[in-house]
Write a protein that binds this ligand. Structure first.
Ligand code: HAM
Length: 420
């Protein structure tokens, strides 16, 4: 049998990385709450039909990327490739959208069978926000302000906000016909994927990275010329509100999204720092989705960001978790003494790493230094016989001190007070 390894594209997050993740998650939570978004937690596994119906049968996500299998009852189930569909399913199921509006957020792993590369994984993590029940442009602009605040909270070099409107389903249908008419003239020159999409999902051709296709698209009709008047007004208002808040954006008439449920406002934040997988956060309105899933017609808008991509480009210094105090114990006779002291310090919310297994003091002090602790408390033979502790200052030149055991906790508390 070969070596057991994790599945390709599904990564372990190692102890050296988890602090950055925790810091990111904390910052996300704080910003979500600053805008009155409430957390919802959703299952990782859903019925396949939920995603097929909401994301769309002709999308790459549903057509090629889902982890779908039959469970033991023979029912087709799928590991969630995104959170919006589950969130709407849950809202409908529990009556959350009945005569009430909701601002919701979620965070967790998603699964897509894509070709793994930097920034693109098969198990990846998203944090998403969904505002359900508001149809006006104010909530669109507010959601974008939330995203913008996140980038500054995470010290992420300002990504570019790209904006477009997909209009209502009618205007999109009109545009689709015009686009197909135009592209049919160049059918043979289009790349293979785009030729296929010409039949299944022609708007996605606008997203093609192929150079020849891009050249052909330069003269293609623009969706913005076919927008219905309400969608046009909606877009203008969103732009006006963003300008009022000093948020910069770039109009991208070719911005379409890879999921079928969008209407009107769509947007993406693109970061040059993130390499080829440059979109760190993306979303838009989905005014028809709840209706499509069997709920009462209710408007909604949301976005989701890829946490792996944010971690890669985040500039914020890592949080220094880790112990404040390292207790070095040179022989087994001192273990009870040391453990009692450690427990007492933890009663005051002081994080302690206790050296287990005794051993040479020199080695223990080098571990204390690496742990990031402020203080090393040494418990050796002398300390036990004299009922004292020796304290070494690891981050300053202050001289080593010896205290009576009953003074140890109050003195350590006082020393650490100023160090946060
Ligand atoms: P999405 O564009 O499919 O939208 O994904 C959103 C973000 O998730 C992407 O911009 C990217 O940062 C990250 N992402 C997607 N796939 C991967 C992957 N394979 N590896 C790493 N990161 C990835 C949605 O999922 C929608 N549910 C967003 C939304 C919420 N729209 C309305 N509400």
């Amino acid at each position: 049998m070969g070596k057991l390894q994790s599945i390709k594209g599904m990564n372990d997050i190692l102890p050296s990385e988890t602090q950055a993740w925790q810091k990111l998650e904390k910052a996300l939570r704080e910003v979500f709450y600053a805008y009155a978004y409430q957390e919802i937690r959703l299952p990782l596994l859903e019925k396949t039909s939920l995603f097929a119906r909401s994301i769309g049968e002709d999308t790459d996500v549903v057509g090629k990327e889902m982890y779908t299998f039959e469970d033991r009852n023979g029912e087709s189930v799928t590991l969630r490739p995104e959170g919006t569909a589950s969130c709407m399913r849950a809202g409908i199921q529990h009556g959350l959208f009945h005569n009430q509006k909701q601002r919701l957020w979620y965070m967790g792993p998603m699964f897509r069978h894509e070709r793994p590369q930097r920034g693109r994984y098969r198990q990846f993590h998203q944090a998403g926000a969904e505002a359900v029940g508001w149809e006006g442009p104010d909530v669109d602009a507010e959601l974008i302000a939330l995203g913008t605040r996140l980038w500054s909270a995470l010290a992420i070099p300002e990504p570019e906000l790209q904006l477009n409107s997909l209009g209502d389903p009618e205007s999109r249908k009109r545009y689709r016909t015009k686009l197909v008419d135009y592209l049919n003239r160049y059918q043979k020159e289009l790349d293979e994927d785009s030729q296929r999409r010409l039949l299944s999902n022609p708007l996605r051709i606008l997203d093609s990275k192929n150079e020849t296709t891009q050249n052909i698209l330069q003269q293609a009709p623009l969706l913005s010329d076919y927008l219905d008047i309400d969608s046009k007004r909606h877009l203008d208002s969103v732009c006006g509100l963003l300008t009022d808040m000093g948020i910069k954006y770039v109009m991208k008439p070719h911005l379409v999204r890879g999921l079928d449920y969008y209407t009107r406002t769509v947007f993406e934040w693109v970061s040059v720092e993130a390499g080829t997988q440059a979109t760190i956060c993306a979303g838009g309105r989905y005014d028809g989705l709840i209706d499509l899933l069997g709920g009462k017609p209710t408007p909604g808008i949301g976005f989701a960001m890829g946490l792996e991509r944010l971690i890669e480009i985040s500039n914020s210094p890592g949080l220094t978790f880790g112990p404040k105090v390292y207790i070095a114990v040179t022989n087994t006779a001192g273990q009870g003494f040391a453990m009692a002291l450690a427990e007492e310090l933890r009663n005051y919310a002081i994080d302690v790493e206790l050296h287990c297994g005794a051993g040479k003091l020199k080695n223990q002090l080098s571990k204390a230094d690496k742990s990031g602790a402020e203080l090393a408390v040494i418990i050796g033979e002398n300390e036990i016989s004299e009922n004292t502790v020796t304290v070494k200052h690891l981050r300053s030149n202050q001289l080593q001190q010896v205290w009576a055991r009953d003074q140890a906790v109050p003195n350590i508390k006082q020393l650490l007070m100023g160090s946060d």
